[in-house]
Design a protein around this ligand. Structure first.
Ligand SMILES: [Zn+2]
Ligand SMILES: [Zn+2]
Length: 259
């Protein structure tokens, strides 16, 4: 069984990832408009009809912008936490076919075993996901202020790790952003900075790890080349330069990687 990942794009202006098995795909977050999702799928050879379900991490627009229309047009269910569903329902921005889960209860969809886990982020009920199929585990956590014990436990042992590396601390401190925004990003419910992500490599990387995607990289308080350079140095330092590393950009999708 081959498993593939297509990063359609990531950052504060939109996030979406397609996870493929040989037969079916699922989409994690639909943070671009429906039209933009379709453009990016066509650019990477993803057939939107192959997507059987959407998993949403949390209600922020950069994760749900295209959810309602994409799910309607392709008649697929969306899975999200109960708190996220309640919030989106109140905002009248919910898809027609919603599967709500509570806590960390696992479920099956599109042939994957899916285990959500709560993350620390300033949203109502945000989650990361562990997906398994054919003995391969994919762990994804895109927006989290702190990598707590639960996140470390869940994400550890993944063959494919998709994790945030949001900002460079000095670049954020020196940026023109307003103080309250800086505080929000820096807080334990904000976003992970480059150093926190690199530190996490030591606990999250296992002999199984084959592929790491660094995502949600800020275009103002970070740089793709800096993230790549530091992560490659860290992988060398811990003796794992064999791990494939991708830094996902906001503007351009990345071709599917297969495992
Ligand atoms: Zn986000
Ligand atoms: Zn968010």
């Amino acid at each position: 069984m081959k498993i593939g990942v297509t990063a359609l794009g990531s950052g504060s202006r939109g996030n979406a990832f397609v996870i493929h098995s040989e037969a079916e795909c699922l989409l994690i977050d639909a943070g671009f408009s429906r039209r933009e999702l379709l453009n990016r799928m066509s650019g990477t050879g993803v057939d939107p009809n192959s997507i059987k379900t959407l998993l949403v991490t949390h209600e922020h627009t950069d994760h749900v912008a295209g959810m309602r229309l994409f799910c309607r047009d392709y008649d697929i269910p969306v899975c999200m936490s109960g708190g996220t569903a309640d919030y989106l329902r109140r905002k009248q921005n919910i898809a027609h076919n919603v599967f709500e889960f509570a806590g960390g209860n696992s479920f099956e969809s599109a042939g994957f075993r899916i285990t959500p886990f709560q993350v620390q982020h300033d949203a109502v009920d945000p989650v990361g996901y562990i997906l398994t199929r054919g003995g391969i585990q994919i762990g994804i956590a895109t927006d989290l202020g702190t990598l707590d014990l639960l996140a470390k436990t869940r994400l550890g042992g993944s063959d494919i790790l998709i994790i945030e590396s949001n900002y460079d601390l000095d670049m954020l401190r020196n940026s023109e952003r307003q103080l309250h925004l800086k505080r929000r990003i820096l807080g334990r419910n904000g976003h992970l900075d480059n150093q926190a992500t690199l530190d996490a490599f030591e606990t999250l990387i296992s002999p199984r790890t084959k592929l790491i995607y660094l995502v949600h990289v800020s275009t103002e308080c970070n740089s793709y080349s800096l993230v790549r350079k530091n992560a490659e140095a860290k992988l060398r330092q811990i003796g794992r330069p064999d791990i494939a590393l991708e830094v996902i950009e906001q503007a351009e999708p990345l071709e599917t990687a297969w495992l």
